[in-house]
Design a protein around this ligand. Structure first.
Ligand SMILES: C[S@@+](CC[C@H](N)C(=O)[O-])C[C@H]1O[C@@H](n2cnc3c(N)ncnc32)[C@H](O)[C@@H]1O
Length: 183
């Protein structure tokens, strides 16, 4: 069963968002290849740290914020209350329509998912992408085994690496940021 965050974890995340919103979360959102009309999924949205910046880049598009935790999703609704182009989904697989999304992004989520579940999750995310769609993720580089597994699974599903970089995230260390395309 998914552990719901404690009040302290939510508070600390809110403080990190205030302190590092632009340098960490906006920085990632800015590198997503968005033109403004796309249908986008934030998988594991948490309190909406990245979604807060991604939603602004979708004046004609739509953002789905999905999380396994009811409490994070409730906090996310509060963060994004001013936006009209968002819907919220509590993760119960499979809830995603096939070939319905232009971009799926995961920010510090995939490394937290067990080996067994990760294969199912990546398959569903890839299936939800339209041809030409983008899967982007940023995950901590010190999770070497998990990073290797994520890359293997994504490439086994036929996605092609378009861009990759290592970024130094305040308080969190180095992270791998990759953008894949579904051909
Ligand atoms: C470290 S937080 C990152 C939150 C947000 N992406 C950010 O960077 O601020 C990980 C988030 O992923 C969610 N999560 C973990 N496993 C998940 C799963 N299997 N499906 C959907 N969300 C999941 C957690 O509830 C949590 O909100």
């Amino acid at each position: 069963m998914q552990k719901e965050p404690a009040c302290l974890e939510i508070l600390l995340t809110k403080i990190a968002f205030i302190l590092y919103g632009k340098s960490v979360y906006k920085d990632f959102a800015d590198r997503l290849p968005l033109k403004g009309w796309e249908h986008v999924l934030d998988f594991g949205c948490g309190m909406g740290t990245v979604a807060y910046y991604a939603a602004k880049k979708l004046p004609l598009g739509h953002l789905t914020c999905l999380d396994i935790s009811e409490r994070w999703l409730k906090t996310c609704r509060k963060t994004l209350r001013r936006y009209g182009n968002i819907n919220y989904l509590l993760w119960k697989s499979p809830v995603l329509n096939k070939k319905s999304l232009d971009v799926v992004y995961c920010h510090f989520v995939l490394h937290d998912i067990s080996h067994g579940e990760l294969e199912k999750v990546i398959q569903l995310l890839v299936e939800s992408l339209k041809p030409g769609g983008i899967l982007a993720f940023r995950e901590p580089l010190n999770e070497t085994e998990k990073i290797s597994l994520i890359k293997l699974l994504v490439e086994q599903k036929g996605l092609i690496l378009k861009d990759s970089r290592i970024t130094d995230i305040p308080m969190m260390g180095n992270a791998l940021e990759s953008i894949y395309i579904k051909e």
